[in-house]
Design a protein around this ligand. Structure first.
Ligand code: GTP
Ligand code: MG
Length: 345
């Protein structure tokens, strides 16, 4: 019984979509506007993930969000690559996510990896919103940097507006062909039945306040119960990547979605042949950007609680697999946890 220690963790948001449709730019913009809000320090750097606290989100979303409506601590974004060769990483990101943003270039519409991402989201039952990106490339567009999208649309010529509308309805049609009923997000009453489409530009930031608002609303309404975790329980996570690091050997970049992982913990990690039982030698986080030039790339931390990204250094990780589970043993037997990990593979 964990109830006494339960706390709401940060929902994990995967950003998925076809190559070059603007996933990384969107996250850069979210990070960048947080920096220009003077809240750079509030943003925690993670391995493969970006944690944006509620206060920062509410600062960016302006009039669209009343932070007192929410008790989730923020959003943890995971970027994924769009190139076709990275399908495992996309599948992992999608399976791990509580919710997702499907980024679609408003001019290009659905492309092969858009379809692939949709299949992952359907298979895993992950709720998602569509970011119809690059609205600023609409001919004649009059950019309204950082504004909510409806305000920005009011500032456009009839011609630009109708060209954008045409592209948006194309995407809504493609979603319908894929079996999802969708509409522009402000027309959606029930986000469990309909997919919300948020027109935006990662370049100018217009529509980004809307996206953050919709994501917070979705998480708060549908995820809250799943977000209640025992923050002191044995850590659980998923390997995103296995990487060699100088001085550490093979390490696993991990997203922790439950409990806490501590330095020195015995962990079981899914491996290519069989589960790997090992002891954590270091938990590593990237240093803040400004320090990277002068210091080593990573700093060691004593523990990491969900939800977070972290690099785990431990012996024998070279056989670890992307997508494999990571489980802290703590107060159970190693055999029990090995069985748990086997059952998940
Ligand atoms: P992969 O990681 O390779 O799958 O691509 P990605 O989806 O992360 O795309 P990325 O953010 O790297 O953007 C690809 C290109 O599109 C870059 O040149 C960006 O500058 C450009 N781009 C992204 N968003 C926008 C936008 O809203 N407007 C305009 N005009 N260009 C954009
Ligand atoms: Mg990218």
């Amino acid at each position: 019984d964990h109830t006494h220690a339960d706390t709401l963790r940060t929902p994990i948001v995967a950003v998925l979509g076809h190559v070059d449709h603007g996933k990384t730019s969107l996250l850069d913009t979210i990070r960048g506007s947080a920096v220009s809000e003077g809240e750079a320090g509030a943003i925690t750097q993670h391995i493969g993930a970006t944690d944006i606290p509620l206060d920062t989100i509410s600062g960016m979303a302006g009039e669209l969000i009343d932070p007192s409506d929410f008790d989730l601590p923020g959003l943890l974004f995971i970027d994924t690559p769009g190139h076709h060769s990275f399908s495992t990483l996309r599948a992992r990101g999608g399976a791990l996510a509580d919710i997702a943003v499907l980024v679609v270039d408003v001019n290009d519409g659905f492309q092969p990896q858009t379809e692939e991402a949709i299949d992952i989201l359907r298979r895993t039952g992950t709720p998602f919103v569509v970011a119809a990106n690059k609205v600023d490339t609409t001919p004649g567009w009059n950019p309204q940097d950082g504004d909510p999208i409806q305000k920005s649309m009011d500032a456009q010529s009839e011609r630009a507006k109708s060209m954008l509308d045409e592209n948006l309805y194309e995407i809504i049609g493609q979603l319908s062909d894929a079996g999802f009923s969708a509409d522009l997000y402000w027309r959606v009453q029930d986000f469990q039945k309909n997919i919300g489409v948020v027109p935006l530009s990662a370049l100018t930031g217009e529509g980004v306040p809307d996206l953050l608002t919709v994501l917070m609303g979705l998480s708060q309404r549908f995820m809250k119960e799943e977000m209640a975790i025992d923050v002191t329980g044995p850590g659980e996570g998923t390997v995103l990547e296995v990487k060699d690091e100088r001085g550490f050997g093979a390490t696993v970049d991990t997203v922790v979605y439950d409990g806490v992982i501590r330095n020195g913990d015995t962990v079981v990690v899914g491996g290519q042949d069989e589960p790997i039982v090992t002891e954590i030698r270091a938990l590593l986080r990237p240093r803040p950007l400004a320090e990277i030039r002068t210091e080593k790339e990573f700093e060691k931390v004593g523990e990491v609680g969900a939800a977070a990204g972290v690099k785990i250094a431990a012996p024998d990780l070279d056989q670890a697999m992307a997508g494999a589970p990571v489980r802290v043993v703590r107060d159970r037997t190693v055999d029990q946890v090995v069985d748990e990990v086997k059952a998940e593979l």
